[in-house]
Write a protein of this length. Sequence first.
Length: 276
Amino acid sequence: MAFLEVTDLAKSYGARDVLSGVNFTMEEGEFVSIVGASASGKTTFLKIVSGLVPATRGQVTMGGAAVTDFSPQAAIVFQNYSLLPWLSALENVRLAVEAAFPQYSRTQQNEQSEKYLKMVGLGGAISKKPSQLSGGMRQRVAIARAFAVEPRVMFLDEPFGALDALTRATLQQELARMCSQAARPVTALMITNNVDEAILLSDRILALGRGPAASLSPAVPVNLAKPRAADLLMHDDQAIRIRNRLAEFLTAGAESRKSLSRAAASALSKTVPLEA
Ligand SMILES: Nc1ncnc2c1ncn2[C@@H]1O[C@H](COP(=O)(O)OP(=O)(O)O)[C@@H](O)[C@H]1O
Ligand SMILES: [Mg+2]
């Protein structure tokens, strides 16, 4: 049995069918990404898999046990930095560390938090409040917090989606570096609307078709040594083939619904257009 297993998952909000017939498996130590257009049901999928939202039908298991709640062994990073505004960067991380390692003394919790804030380049900003930090820095805090709890699995929902292109590229490389430096292989499920971001970080990539009743494509493996450099991937033959395959999955559903212009279809090879 795989570490994470999703079987015949469906989700409806009232009469609106968002997901249908979704099957998915993932092993421990794998970094898997799911790409899809806006409103296709990516966040819904991640929330169900992480136990934050119940499915309408189907089953999710982690480590062989049914997922019914958010696991204390998991960490999640959202697009809109979910930091507590009245706490410093250090305290935001420490609260999560305290929950994960209640046996640690306050000093150990602070040390663990500071270590991970330093790893994301925020050693000089640990006492700053979120309002004193840029968007990129806030998202670094969220990433430090996720790694600091040393989770068994990490869920990332468009972690860089709210950042400008340059900051986004920097943080993608930071995340790649953090993953490669971790003590054990990181198990992560990332949602993104950016195919290149998925290729940079993932072992396998799946595409979520357009809704209603969206389902997942077969997985596309990425057999490139890690960590990877974004500029080299631009011209790598395998990366180009992966980009094209995912674009096929993403446009196939869209074209059958006649909802995608030719221009948008070609743009898909890079970033999935935001309009559904
Ligand atoms: N709590 C909710 N109640 C009703 N509809 C929802 C809810 N959450 C999401 N939806 C709808 O489900 C669809 C998929 O949403 P979401 O999973 O957020 O997509 P994505 O993350 O791919 O942009 C959208 O049409 C959205 O409006
Ligand atoms: Mg979303």
